[in-house]
Ligand binder design. Structure first.
Ligand code: COA
Ligand code: MG
Length: 273
């Protein structure tokens, strides 16, 4: 399962939900939380229930973002999901152990770290049963700690902590949304930076961001070719007892070999050209 792009779609917008079945998103996240006004939550639940029974999303992963499970709206969302068939539950304001959600619904989870407690308890959140991916919300995190969103949007600490914890426990790390819909160059730069940190994908809010995220989080043909050559060169010299080699005037040893091997395993021949 690749999660290069995860598109948020407001759960009360029938046109956008229908449209999402044709868009090139790896995951579609039908939102019941912040994209839906407080007095429209029930309407959105009923709409999602109706459209899930009717529409086909093909290979796309279909997710629902619930309200925080420690609110009444969140409990109502969980009750809805008990009767629906979705691929993933996105859990906002995740704090502590979320295993009870997975145990009751049997659906994989993607927590959003966006509160002080969530960040302080990052490991408990990520190691909850059923967690397959993790993301974060800089604006809510800033609110939670009494800071500014613009500052947390470029927090090296939070971005790195997330991706390190995700790798440590074998779950996907997904970079947070980029709000400036006109600034596609800025969006692309943020995707490249996230990939360089180790993120595997990005949450997106508009169709125009999808092709960019999909391209940046897929290896290029050149990257795949280089990885194949590194694997070959390393394996043939390792067979002769040599674990460090000169490859195009660069040192290649086990870590470079493993990085290349992982790229091929994750993307194989399926990378974009
Ligand atoms: N999912 C599916 N379709 C979307 C979409 C989305 N997130 N965002 C836009 N579209 C569709 C529009 O309906 C429109 O379709 P049409 O051409 O068939 O009419 C087309 O893409 C172009 O949209 P555009 O007019 O540029 O967008 P907008 O100005 O109407 O909407 C937003 C801008 C930000 C309100 C909208 O993109 C959106 O609601 N995004 C998701 C917000 C969200 O879920 N936030 C919660 C997580 S942060
Ligand atoms: Mg949030």
């Amino acid at each position: 399962m690749r999660r290069r792009s995860q598109l948020y779609v407001p759960g009360n917008n029938e046109h956008m939900i229908r449209k999402s079945t044709e868009l090139e998103a790896d995951s579609v996240i039908l939102d019941l939380e912040d994209a839906v006004p407080a007095d429209r939550k029930e309407e959105a639940r009923q709409l999602i229930k109706r459209l899930l029974g009717e529409l086909e999303w093909g290979k796309r992963e279909v997710a629902v973002r619930i309200n925080s499970p420690s609110t009444k709206e969140g409990l109502r969302d969980l009750a809805l999901l008990a009767d629906l068939d979705v691929d993933l539950v996105v859990v906002p304001k995740a704090e502590g152990d979320l295993s009870f959600i997975y145990r009751s619904l049997g659906v994989p989870l993607e927590p959003i770290i966006e509160t002080a407690r969530g960040l302080a308890m990052l490991e408990d959140v990520i190691t909850s049963e059923g967690v397959v991916a993790v993301t974060y919300g800089p604006a809510d995190l800033a609110l939670s700690v009494g800071g500014q969103a613009s500052r947390y949007q470029r927090s090296e600490y939070v971005r790195t902590a997330l991706v390190v914890a995700a790798r440590a426990y074998g779950v996907d790390s997904i970079d947070s949304v980029f709000f400036d819909l006109k600034d596609l160059a800025g969006f692309e730069a943020e995707c490249r930076d996230a990939r360089a940190l180790g993120y595997v994908g990005k949450q997106v809010i508009h169709p125009s961001q999808l092709p960019i995220a999909n391209a940046i989080f897929s290896p290029s043909r050149e990257e795949l070719e280089l990885a194949r050559e590194i694997v070959q060169a390393y394996e043939s010299s390792a067979a002769k007892g040599k674990g460090a080699i000169r490859f195009r005037d660069q040192l290649i040893d086990y870590v470079h070999y493993m990085t290349a091997k992982r790229l091929l395993e994750d993307y194989g021949e399926g990378g974009q050209g």
